[in-house]
Design a protein around this ligand. Sequence first.
Ligand code: HEC
Length: 500
Amino acid sequence: MNLQFKMPFGETGRHFIRQAALLLVSMVIVAVVLNYAISAFFIKDAEEKIHNVLLSHRGLHQYIQKVMHPEFYKARDQGDIAANYYSPEIFSSSFIVRVDHGLYNKERIKAGLPEIYYKMASSNPRNPVNKADESEASLIRMFNEDRKVKEYRSIVTIDGQKYLYYAIPFIETNKGCLKCHGKREDAPSGLQALYPGEGGFNEKAGVFRAIESIRMPISQEISTAFILTCSVSVGLAALLLLFFFNTRLKSLVKAKTATLEKEVDERKKREADLEIKNAELERFTYTVSHDLKSPIITIKGFTGSLEKDLANGNYGRMSGDLKRVSDAADKMDDLLRDLLELSTIGRIIHSPESVDMNQLVHDVLAQLSGPLKNNAINVTVQSDLPTVICDRQRMVEVVQNLVENAIRYRGDQFDPQIHFGVRLDEDTQVFFVEDNGIGIDEKYHHVIFGLFNKLDTKRDGTGIGLALVKRIIEVHGGKVWVESEGVDKGSRFCFTVGQK
Ligand code: HEC
């Protein structure tokens, strides 16, 4: 199919490119959304893991503060533990959790899992390892200022690795905390001895003094999301492309089939027309050759007779024979002239115009006034004839031929009459030329419109007149016929003018 080569050009091509561009753009949008969705899924998953870690830390904090501390104080009050004894290893929940997390990471590495970075960050740290950097300090301020914010998360890149960073405020400082985080002198003496600076002291209740933050590596998840997105997108694109090309091909094939079908229909119609024309031509050729034969036979006969006359010296008969030969030649001449005219109808057609039939009929009658008067024919014309759209010149020929016919076949009428009128058959206007002449037997009603068919061979005329009328009316898309009740009953030649 050469249509494919046409595609980059013209209207079809532009349409195709527009569609392809639209498809590409929507594919990109789909891919971005898909990537976002898959990444969001992985991030949500990472977030949950982080949450789990932090919650288990929180549990440990609670255990130390709520279970271990009271137990410790009880033992100390009973004197089982020295009054000034303090050790962060068995006393500070943040210390224990930090160490615990370090051990947890070691276990992770052993299990082939990536480390999870964890930090308890404070702007006023007791232990310098807990010192908040600038961004952590600002997060602590943020959580204190806006209590509605419960968490902070973002994706950060460190050394080319992507991490999910997640931070939550640590337990709000309460009175119990102030035992060790209030004034230095109020803290256990062992603690004071261990932490010589002011870090971690002078805190107030009702404030977050730290955040817990976690960094979880998510590079692998992100690349998995990317690969997933790519493969799904490519698959989808391939499917869409297939679908797109399929619909496109289908519509192309459909359009092509429709044009082909139309072409076939047109060709069939032309063939049928041609067949009708051929049959017509065949009939025509037959009639023409038949009718031309009779003057030829006449000529041949009388030339033979002339030869004899010459041999016999019968000069008296010769002029009569010569006249017969010349008459036959004249007849052939008339025949050929009329034939020529007939052949031009259908080809030469003047452009149709609006023709007032009153005017046209009166013009024709005026032209024929000589023969009408000579034969004392009484002509009447219906008033208010309509206007028709037709080839005026040809319509004149039609009316003229029909009136001439009526004159020619008036018969031995005492009071010959011709009437031109119009009537409505259903919704069709039917014009007619009516006479009270010789009439036509029903069996000849069709024949008379054929070529060279004369009802009365003794009359003048070539017999082409009615054939001419028929051709002209048919070229106009109309019909012509004769109505006559029989011989001596007169005849009515009717015709319609079609819309053509
Ligand atoms: C018995 C004493 C004691 C109590 C009670 C106590 N802490 Fe601490 N806290 C410490 C010690 C000691 C450290 C330093 C541990 C280390 O070396 O990491 C610390 C560290 C911290 C840290 C880490 C930041 C820093 O300053 O190094 C935070 C946060 C913290 N405590 C919050 C609290 C909160 C909140 C409470 C009350 C719910 C509380 N602590 C109760 C002794 C205590």
